[in-house]
Design a binder for this molecule. Structure first.
Ligand code: ASP
Length: 331
């Protein structure tokens, strides 16, 4: 996504009745990039996510979005993002049009993204979109009248993942300011770390990037954060920083983004978090991963109470419920 990105304007939904929905701050908005959020917005999202958690624990499913329909459109594979948006919509009493296999939809016949989106929004109130191209959600949002939620645009951004990641950090460690966050693995292609690094720049956080040379954090993101005076360090060895780390954010080497498979073979397995590595980490810290993992965290770490990656997925349900309720004017 280009640096000239500007938050989209509020969209009007002619199907919604008058009333307090129109004054809800996120009503009708697209969620395309973490750049749309400031600290007040994050507090708001997390406040709503807390309410969602309480309701799910108390009653399981409730009728906040009864009668609303989500089109869940995935042009790239997904397990958690797709399933958690479905679960979020259903827990809120709404329903879902799942388009997971675009090869079985008219996309396989050559339909353009704007046409697919303009068709689906005739049936749905909100569209969640994952697409392999950077900027695809912004393009869809230009054409759509209904809110578009970016569920990953190629190597660009994954804003809802970053929001749930930040919520996880805040819930697990009780604060964000003052922490040292170490991101490890494929920082070049990992859209989740691109979004998370940007969000963390709203806080007093130190960032360490640990990656092989060919998978370093993109210069544009480092530059963007430098302008906000964010302390950032790049390392090739995890050993240098593991002892000072409060949040170890591990990522998968994204095989599907490599043009030359030989390069993938060179870097796959560069870092593996094992229970031995965890011996050098603080007692109070967390290990996160957006999942899927393909060997970067060995299964012997799973029983360690510091392993937060499955709890992270549960926090994601509450954050995605909050976002759906917000853009549909119910929060
Ligand atoms: N599930 C995350 C994403 O869609 C991380 C990954 O695929 O490695 O970006």
């Amino acid at each position: 996504m280009s640096s000239s990105y500007a938050p989209p304007s509020r969209k009007q939904n002619p199907h919604l009745p008058f009333g307090d929905q129109r004054t809800a701050p996120w009503y009708g908005k697209d969620i395309l990039s973490v750049r749309q959020f400031n600290r007040n917005d994050l507090e708001y999202v997390f406040g709503v996510a807390h309410e969602m958690r309480e309701m799910v624990e108390r009653v399981g499913t409730f009728d906040l979005l009864k009668g609303k329909i989500l089109a869940n459109v995935f042009y790239e594979p997904s397990t958690r993002t797709s399933a958690s948006f479905t679960a979020a919509m259903e827990r809120l009493g709404g329903s879902v049009i799942p388009i997971n296999e675009v090869r079985y939809s008219s996309v396989a016949k050559g339909e353009s993204l704007p046409d697919t989106i303009r068709s689906l929004e005739c049936y749905a109130d909100v569209v969640v979109l994952r697409h392999p191209e950077v900027g695809a959600s912004a393009l869809a949002a230009d054409y759509a009248k209904k809110p578009i939620i970016n569920a990953g645009d190629g190597v660009g951004e994954h804003p809802t993942q970053a929001l749930l990641d930040l919520f996880t950090i805040s819930e697990e460690l009780g604060r964000i300011d003052g922490l040292t966050v170490t991101m490890v693995g494929d920082l070049k292609h990992g859209r989740t770390v691109h979004s998370l690094a940007r969000l963390l720049s709203l806080f007093q956080v130190r960032l360490n990037y640990v990656a092989p040379d060919i998978l370093r954090m993109p210069k544009e993101i480092i530059g963007e954060l430098e302008e906000r005076a964010m302390p950032q360090e790049e390392h090739e060895l995890l050993d240098k920083v593991i002892g000072d780390t409060d949040v170890l954010y591990v990522t998968r080497v994204q095989k599907e983004r490599f043009q030359d498979p030989a390069n993938y073979d060179k870097v796959q397995g560069s870092y593996t978090i094992t229970s031995d590595v965890m011996k050098r980490a603080k007692d109070r810290m967390i290990v996160m991963h957006p999942l899927p993992r393909v060997g970067e965290i060995s299964m012997d770490v799973d029983p360690d109470p510091r392993a937060a990656y499955f709890r992270q997925m549960e926090y994601g349900l509450y954050v995605r419920m909050a976002l759906l309720a917000m853009v549909l004017g119910k929060a």
